[in-house]
Each structure stands twice: as C-alpha cells, then as structure tokens.
Design a protein around this ligand. Structure first.
Ligand code: ZN
Length: 308
C-alpha cells in the first residue's frame, strides 16, 4: 500500500492512532461504491457494521451516503474512500436518523475542509427526541468504551429536491413524506441511474416500521416509478436491472400490505394487541423476523387503531 494512502487515512481518522482497514466495497457502476453491511443486530463483534453505505466519486469531490453504526465503521469507510480516490469529501448525506446509518459520521467530522452533513429538516427533532435512547442502546450493543458521537447536520433538506454537484456528476436528494421514519431521504446518482434508498427499501432483512405504515405504502409506487437502473437498499443486497429493482419494491410492498390488512382485520374483530402479536406471525422468507415483526405489529396497531 503506498505511503500516501496511509497518511491520508490517518489524517481523517478522528484521533485514532492507526489507520483503519478499508471496508470492502463493490464498484456497482463507474465511480459508485457500495458496502453491504451484515443482516444482523449491532454487536461488539460486528462493531455496528449492520447497514449499507456508499460513496459516489465526481470529478471535483466525493459524496458519502450513510456511514454505518459506529465511529469504527466510519473510519473503515474513510479508508475505503482513500483506497479509491484522493478527492475531498464534500457531502455526507444521512438517509435518516437511525443510529446504524449515521454513527460513522463521527469519523468524517474531522475532515478538512469539512464536508456538508446533509439530512432531512426533520432529522434534528427526531434525533433530539431519541438521542439518549440511541446512546444507551449503542453502549449496550457496542460496549461502554465505544460511546457514540452524533454529528449535527449542517445542511437541511426540506420538501424540495436538492441537487449536489460533484463535478460533472449530479446527485438528486429527495425528502419523503413519513414512511420508514419521518425523516427519510433518498439519493439518486443521475449518471449511473443508481438510487440509494436508505431504509425506504429493505431486501431480505424484514422491513422495520418506525414512521407510518400507510404512509410507506403510499410512497412505494412513487419510489418504484423512479425507475432506477439499480437500487441500494438500507439493508440487504443491491438490486440491479429494472426487473430486480421492481421485484424488490414489490416484495417489500407485499409485506407491508399484508401487515396492514391483517392488523385491520384483527382490529375489526376486537383482538387485543397482546394476542395479535402472537397470532399475526411473520410471513416466510425474511430475516430477523424474531427481532422486528412483533414490533411492526405493535406499531401498526397503534397507527391503525383509530382509523374509521
Ligand atoms: Zn432505519
């Protein structure tokens, strides 16, 4: 490994005494690099490497989309960038507030010049409401010596779409009505047709509901109609080609629709939530259902209980 690469990695590694090993990435299209995290809960062993992230290299600078679930994942991300390009990182885009997607930002905060930290205008309130819970969770999962650091966004995206120019390459950042969370963003690389969907799309990992079930169902047709050439989900493998992209959206939609319809039916006959979480079992074919499906039923109950 050339000495230059090592030096650059050290510069950005936020005070660590050695450069992190670069995280494995796939170049899914020219200049578009994706890391696929494990389909697992965060633990000390995996150090929060449980979500997907990527970076896009333009002629002038680089944009990062999500950064994994710990400072260490961010350091490995930075090392991966430096193994590909010496260009500066000009934007770090967080697709939503969940800590498995944003805790790596801590490793990117010491870059000079500082990148813009881009997030939904609703992310700061969501983070303020949850930060102590997220901190306790990270300390429990990663260890007491790995305290999470949350980086405040410097550039907020409202209802309009925002273009980020990386030098002869444009990214489109879109803000979405409440779906997976109330602060979801997607990022489209217009050059390659790659859509970074954040957790608006789950592949293999069971979808996790923390926003609005009916809202999410309402947005999927619009997301699908973006007709991306490939889509990078928040969790699970990249879907490449129009048919695979459409199938990924359809599969998620089917899970959410089934959840909505079974919860509605259950509410109609007056089933108590405590019983419903046992009887409304998860459909086959998804991973981590034991961790998230009951929680999804509970969230759906709370949302749909007061429908007409
Ligand atoms: Zn999420």
């Amino acid at each position: 490994m050339p000495a230059l690469v090592l030096t650059l990695a050290l510069t950005g590694a936020s005070g660590s005494t050695r450069a992190a090993d670069p995280a494995p990435v796939n170049e899914v299209a020219p200049g578009v690099f994706v890391h696929t995290g494990q389909i697992a809960e965060a633990t000390r062993d995996n150090d929060g490497d449980t979500s997907n992230w990527g970076f896009v290299v333009g002629e002038r600078c680089i944009a990062v989309i999500d950064s994994g679930g710990s400072t260490a994942t961010g350091e490995a991300l930075l090392a991966a960038i430096r193994s590909q390009s010496p260009l500066p990182v000009c934007a770090v885009i967080s697709t939503h507030v969940h800590p498995d997607h944003i805790l790596g930002n801590a490793a990117l905060a010491s870059l000079k010049p500082a990148p813009e930290f881009v997030a939904s205008q609703r992310l700061p309130a969501a983070l303020a409401a949850r930060q102590s819970t997220y901190t306790a969770l990270a300390l429990r999962q990663l260890g007491a010596d790995r305290a999470p650091v949350f980086v405040a966004p410097t550039s907020l995206v409202g209802a309009q779409t925002v273009q980020i120019n990386l030098g002869n390459r444009d990214l489109t950042v879109r803000s979405w009505p409440t779906a997976h969370t109330d602060n979801d963003l997607t990022v489209s690389d217009e050059t390659s047709g790659t859509l970074f969907a954040g957790d608006l799309l789950f592949v293999d990992h069971i979808p996790v509901l923390d926003g609005s079930l009916t809202g999410w169902l309402a947005q999927i047709p619009t997301l699908r109609a973006l007709s991306a050439t490939r889509v990078v989900p928040g969790h699970g493998g990249v879907a490449s080609g129009a048919a695979a992209v459409a199938a990924a959206w359809d599969r998620e939609h089917a899970y959410l629709l089934d959840l909505r319809d079974r919860v509605r039916a259950s509410l109609r006959i007056g089933t108590a939530l405590a019983r419903a979480v046992d009887t409304l079992t998860a459909p086959a074919g998804w991973q981590l259902t034991e961790l998230y499906h009951r929680r999804n039923v509970t969230a759906a109950y709370a949302e749909l209980e007061w429908e007409d």
